[in-house]
Design a protein around this ligand. Structure first.
Ligand SMILES: Cc1cc2nc3c(=O)[nH]c(=O)nc-3n(C[C@H](O)[C@H](O)[C@H](O)COP(=O)(O)OP(=O)(O)OC[C@H]3O[C@@H](n4cnc5c(N)ncnc54)[C@H](O)[C@@H]3O)c2cc1C
Length: 806
């Protein structure tokens, strides 16, 4: 066994072997995989191993397509069969919402040249004569859908890795992982120890136990999951070809051919957790007792759709464990609090994703960043707040609604609240509907008397659409109070504060006390890793404001630049609360509460100062993400309720009131402001989003300056644009493809809203550079159907920025 390695992968299941293969393929050949038992000894060996390409997330679709293509290449490359069957998959829509979802996926497939298209009932019946298509409103077909042999695939990854020099040690558990002072790791096993640069936790069902070896807790919990295989079905025996799989997600089951019978699996309402307190070390190739009663309702729906299922006996039942994260997506990426510790855990559709995740994991470790924006899968999307109770409640919800549509703007209630601010109760009393942002409950909008308190969900405009419009119009006319406490807030103090910030961020830090700047943070490939507001409060004191949901994600970047001696960085996110007071009467409102001079001459745009508002000490910044005249005020958490009451009461006297974050989304899009996680991501270069104007190459070195320099003079591949869209009852929400009128795909929406104060349905999106100019007609696939759109030259709200600077 090697004593030194570039990476030690712990876990020889599907994903561990894929990561090992990709590390070796990308040039790290001094890599070792440790498996406590035989390869495939966790969830992998008993999986149904269905594969699908299309996903609601575009980047997951891209990595799933990579995975599906890889299996065939792997077979050729290694000679190891992967048991790939690709008879296609039929996707059925029983409801209007499902039809919208499938049509949107079909439009996305056209943009990415993926094979996924609508078929009529006659064609569907030809493809799968055993399905009763009555009541189905829309059918899509994915010719590459199918299934693989779970152990064949795992062995093929292992063979490909070995061929490139990787070592695999079976029956060799990792028993300790110890970080060394130089940042490297020692991994101990009963057969010896290995010193390694990276540790990869790919321990599947035992991910929690392996994480604990490094002092880490992962929000994961296993459940049971069942499928069964029928006896031979005579029609299949005489078919002479393999039938496509059936994704009848409204029926909450999956179905495909296995041998000469059918395999049916289900995510039941009455789900069952397993090994909540920890996965037993001696668990191996075991299964749980059959419990088909639990999935009876799902099976009855499958029988109604495919009557042949009920006409033959059951040959075998598989009831095995799988391990889930709170949102059912992988926990992926380097752990921000540990150096060089990578996780890839909680995979549910592992066979659709193993190749893509293995590739992105190898890119991340070797090159410092994956080529696709993986924020939705990044383990940093959860923080310490995602404890056991939250994880369990969310997993229960995820499992039992596995195939339920996740609508845009949907806020699921399970496991909440986990993190609240003092004003939570008051806001609730005021009619607030809350959303979840990095664990925090934050107001989305406020229902007035008589309005329903429960949000409806769907792809079309829902019951919050009107109330949000009322808030937006109120702010634009008078004044609105927006709770911004969920922004990430940091303080940097000490003699090296300015130098440190200049070494981290791409803009030049404010030299004068009371000045602020906007600054991008640059990623390893020169893209946008973050956007922040930095203000200088004193000679040696700065405050930084950034995306709340990216707080843990950004730690990786902050830690990459060592703090000078005597300089301190602190997260103030929990300690401070904030409000954005915005709108044409915001000055009047604040002036009634403070003696500080608020005229533009005394308090210009982009300045900050400490002052008191109604006797409460605040840091006030003259900025507003609404694009309107406004201030952000930050006070200590214990003063939040008092400040909020004062501001809301004052606003009411001026015809204003509270505004939620849905309103803020509409306001900022009307003004054309981009936002982290949507318009700004590591996949886009600053010159594509317009943020290049904020980068100061002449100020000296800063984090990833070289990476930016390497791409700075490249012409934009895509450009950020704004479009207005002709719609009836649905606005874009993000992800909708953009086409030329002749159907040529040119881009996609990143944020979509109704611009209430300008009376237009709007979207910010990226389009291929040079593919269209202002005034050109385009189409946007809202609900998957083409809708006429116009490329706008300037944002429709206050393009000159007069309101902001008033
Ligand atoms: C009934 C069922 C049906 C499924 N059907 C599908 C499907 O149709 N399509 C699909 O895509 N997915 C399906 N899945 C999910 C799929 O099985 C998983 O996504 C996948 O197997 C996860 O692989 P993994 O490598 O992450 O974990 P695992 O397979 O659990 O592998 C982890 C490995 O780590 C090893 N290990 C643990 N601790 C240590 C240690 N300390 N040292 C060394 N080694 C260690 C274990 O022995 C194990 O081999 C199904 C799952 C179940 C239960």
């Amino acid at each position: 066994m090697r004593t030194h390695a570039q990476a030690v992968v712990i876990g020889g299941g599907l994903i561990g072997c894929s990561i090992l293969y990709h590390l070796a393929k990308f040039g790290w050949t001094e890599v070792v995989l440790l498996e406590r038992d035989e390869l495939t000894s966790g969830s992998t060996w008993h999986a149904a191993a269905n594969i699908h390409g299309l996903h609601d997330s575009t980047n997951i679709s891209r990595l799933q397509h990579y995975t599906m293509a890889l299996y065939k290449e792997l077979e050729k490359e290694t000679g190891q069969g992967c048991g790939v069957f690709q008879p296609g998959s039929l996707y059925l829509a029983q409801t209007e919402a499902r039809e919208h979802q499938l049509r949107l996926q079909e439009a996305k497939a056209r943009r990415y040249k993926m094979n996924f298209y609508e078929v009529d009932r006659t064609e569907a019946e030809r493809l799968h004569p055993l399905v009763d298509f009555d009541g189905i409103r829309c059918i899509m077909y994915e010719p590459e859908g199918g299934n693989v042999d779970p152990s064949g695939v795992t062995m093929a990854y292992a063979a490909g890795a070995r061929q490139r020099g990787a070592e695999i040690h079976r029956f060799t558990p990792a028993t300790a992982t110890e970080q060394q002072p130089d940042g490297s790791w020692i991994v101990r096993t009963p057969k010896g120890e290995i010193r390694t640069q990276w540790v990869v936790n790919a321990a599947g069902l035992w991910a929690r136990e392996v994480a604990a070896l490094a002092g880490l807790q992962l929000p994961l919990i296993p459940t049971e999951h069942q499928y069964f295989v029928t006896e031979t079905i005579p029609e299949i025996a005489t078919m002479g070809r393999r039938l496509p799989s059936v994704a009848d997600r409204d029926g909450e089951y999956y179905l495909r051919q296995e041998g000469l019978g059918l395999l049916i699996g289900a995510y039941e309402q009455n789900m069952k957790f397993w090994a909540e307190e920890g996965t037993p070390q001696d668990f191996g190739h075991e299964l749980f007792p059959d419990d088909l009663e639990r999935i009876e309702e799902n099976v009855m729906r499958a029988i109604a759709r495919v009557p042949a299922v009920g006409e033959v006996g059951i040959k075998k039942v598989i009831n095995g464990p799988m391990i889930w994260s709170p949102d059912g997506a992988a926990l992926f990426g380097p752990v921000p609090e540990l150096k060089n510790y990578f996780c890839c855990n909680g995979l549910i559709p592992g066979f659709s994703q193993s190749g893509g995740l293995g590739k992105l994991a190898a890119e991340w470790m070797i090159e410092g960043e994956p080529t696709l924006d993986m924020f939705g899968w990044d383990l940093a999307r959860f923080g310490h707040w995602a404890g056991k109770a939250f994880t369990k409640a969310r997993v229960q919800d995820q499992y039992s609604h596995r195939f339920k549509i996740h609508f845009p703007n949907e806020e699921r209630a399970a496991g909440r609240p986990v993190r609240t601010r003092p004003a939570y109760a008051l806001q609730k009393e005021m009619g607030a509907q809350f959303g979840l942002n990095f664990g925090w409950e934050h107001p989305l909008w406020f229902a007035t008397k008589g309005e329903p308190r429960e949000e409806t969900v769907g792809f079309t405009r829902q019951n919050w659409w009107e109330p949000v419009g009322r808030e937006v119009r109120m702010l634009r006319k008078n004044v609105g109070i927006i709770d911004t406490s969920n922004y990430a807030k940091y303080s940097v103090t000490g003699p090296g504060a300015e130098a440190w910030l200049n070494a981290l961020f791409a803009n030049r830090m404010p030299r004068e006390i009371g000045r602020s700047c906007l600054t991008p943070l640059i990623g390893k490939r020169g893209g946008i890793a973050g956007d922040f507001t930095v203000t200088r409060l004193g000679q040696d004191e700065f405050r930084i404001f950034g995306s709340g949901m990216a707080e843990r994600f950004h730690q990786r970047f902050f830690q990459a630049v060592p703090l000078p001696a005597g300089t301190e960085w602190r997260s103030m996110t929990e300690a401070l609360c904030g409000f954005n007071v915005a709108g044409p009467k915001s000055r009047e409102l604040l002036q009634r509460l403070t003696n500080a001079e608020l005229s533009t001459e005394s308090f210009p745009f982009m300045r900050s100062r400490r002052m008191t508002v109604g006797g409460i000490d605040v840091v006030a910044l003259r900025v507003s993400f609404t694009g309107d005249l406004g201030w952000e005020l930050y006070c200590s958490q214990d003063k939040q309720v008092a400040l909020y009451r004062m501001l809301v009461e004052g606003a009411r006297e001026l015809g204003g009131g509270p505004v939620g974050s849905r309103g803020l989304m509409s306001l900022r899009v009307e003004k054309g402001y981009g936002s982290w996680g949507r318009e700004y991501s590591p996949e886009y270069w600053p010159q594509e989003s317009g943020l290049h104007r904020l980068i100061k190459m002449d100020k000296g070195d800063f984090l990833n300056r070289e990476a930016y320099a390497a791409i700075a003079n490249n012409p934009p591949r895509e450009t950020l644009v704004m479009v207005s869209i002709e719609v009836n009852d649905a606005d874009a929400t993000g992800g909708e493809p953009i086409f030329l009128p002749d159907g040529t795909p040119i881009g996609q929406v990143m944020s979509g809203v109704y611009g209430y104060s300008v009376g237009m349905s709007l979207a910010l999106g990226y389009i291929k550079a040079g593919s269209a100019k202002p005034g050109d007609a385009l189409t946007v696939a809202i609900l998957g159907r083409p809708h006429r759109a116009t490329l706008l030259e300037r944002p429709p709200f206050d393009p000159e920025g007069q309101r902001l600077r008033a």
